[in-house]
Design a protein around this ligand. Structure first.
Ligand SMILES: [Zn+2]
Ligand SMILES: [Zn+2]
Length: 313
């Protein structure tokens, strides 16, 4: 498949951010050319803080015509449409969004859940949305459907004559282990420690010879090392240690309990040995991308990039 110009620009930007040993980026570019290999598309690399450059946490694994969305932060469907148009990825067109995996139910990871339930249905999704998530997901989905009952009723039974099937949501609450399999991919969930949050998962995707691990929100954890273990791509949340050191003690207590510093992530990546580490859900705390990269690289000497919305790997 020929590479659209914007895509080449994104890859070039990724390579410029990567270390001089940029083999995984070359690999990503080869995969893009292969067409049906698994690609990671970053749809939102932000946090709860509303940054117009970084949508709420979301990413997609795209394999040929199928997309597997992981987390649904604010703006997820519009970012998916942007990726579909920019990178010629029809799998990410709104009408084709059919599967969602949720790491945990924090608002920044789920504000786009009503969006991905309802917007693709209006855009003529064929069939229901499948949602995989932690305990509590079923109740959240049911309450969203209830909140929009009048809208859904009118769209199906009014002049729009919407397809009732497109508005259906099939929910699976997951526990650790294999949670999904089809001819493209096997998806495995694993528990991660996210402070006092009860049920938080990461997901590993094994697809056509590529392994992609998504950390979700987590403190530094051996679970990530075990799940990755030489994986092709590890997407991991992170905060700047230098910025963190300037926070007040209550904020430091919160972030050090719930999240992972760039120094801790560097140590962890040195053991997990991903072929490419992608930073996402980035709390800069006033530092810039180069400074946060330097913190990770002080401990991890492999390939690492600061993820940006619509980055493709
Ligand atoms: Zn979060
Ligand atoms: Zn969280």
């Amino acid at each position: 498949m020929p590479l659209p110009r914007q895509n080449l620009t994104l890859i070039a930007a990724a390579i410029s951010l990567a270390s001089t040993r940029s083999a995984p980026n070359e690999r990503a570019s080869a995969d893009l050319a292969a067409g049906d290999s698994a690609r990671l598309v970053l749809l939102g690399t932000g946090t709860p803080i509303p940054d117009p450059e970084r949508s709420g946490p979301a990413q997609a694994i795209v394999i040929g015509k199928e997309a597997y969305v992981v987390d649904v932060g604010a703006g997820v469907v519009r970012r998916a449409m942007a990726a579909a148009q920019r990178d010629s990825l029809p799998a990410l067109r709104a009408a084709n969004l059919r599967r969602v995996f949720i790491t945990h139910l924090h608002s920044d990871h789920t504000l786009g859940l009503p969006d991905i339930m309802l917007t693709p249905a209006v855009a003529h999704r064929k069939g229901p949305l499948m949602v995989y998530g932690p305990p509590g997901t079923r109740a959240m989905v049911a309450k969203i459907l209830e909140a929009y009952r009048e809208d859904i009723d009118l769209r199906i039974h009014g002049l729009e004559r919407g397809d009732a099937n497109a508005y259906r949501v099939i929910t699976h609450e997951v526990s650790p282990g294999m949670v999904y399999r089809d001819s493209n991919v096997t998806v495995t969930a694993f528990r991660v420690p996210h402070g006092s949050w009860r049920h938080a998962f990461g997901y590993r995707f094994d697809a056509k010879g590529r392994s992609i691990v998504i950390s979700g929100d987590t403190g530094p954890s051996e679970a990530i090392v075990e799940a990755c273990h030489g994986c092709d791509v590890l997407v991991h949340e992170v905060y700047s240690k230098q910025g963190f050191d300037r926070l007040d003690s209550a904020s430091r207590r919160y972030h050090s309990t719930f999240h992972t510093s760039a120094i801790e992530l560097g140590d962890l990546a040195a053991r997990a040995q991903p072929k490419l580490l992608v930073l996402s859900h980035i709390l800069f705390f006033g530092e810039n991308a180069e400074e946060i990269l330097a913190e990770v690289r002080s401990r991890f000497h492999g390939n690492v990039v600061v993820g940006a919305d619509l980055g493709v790997y």
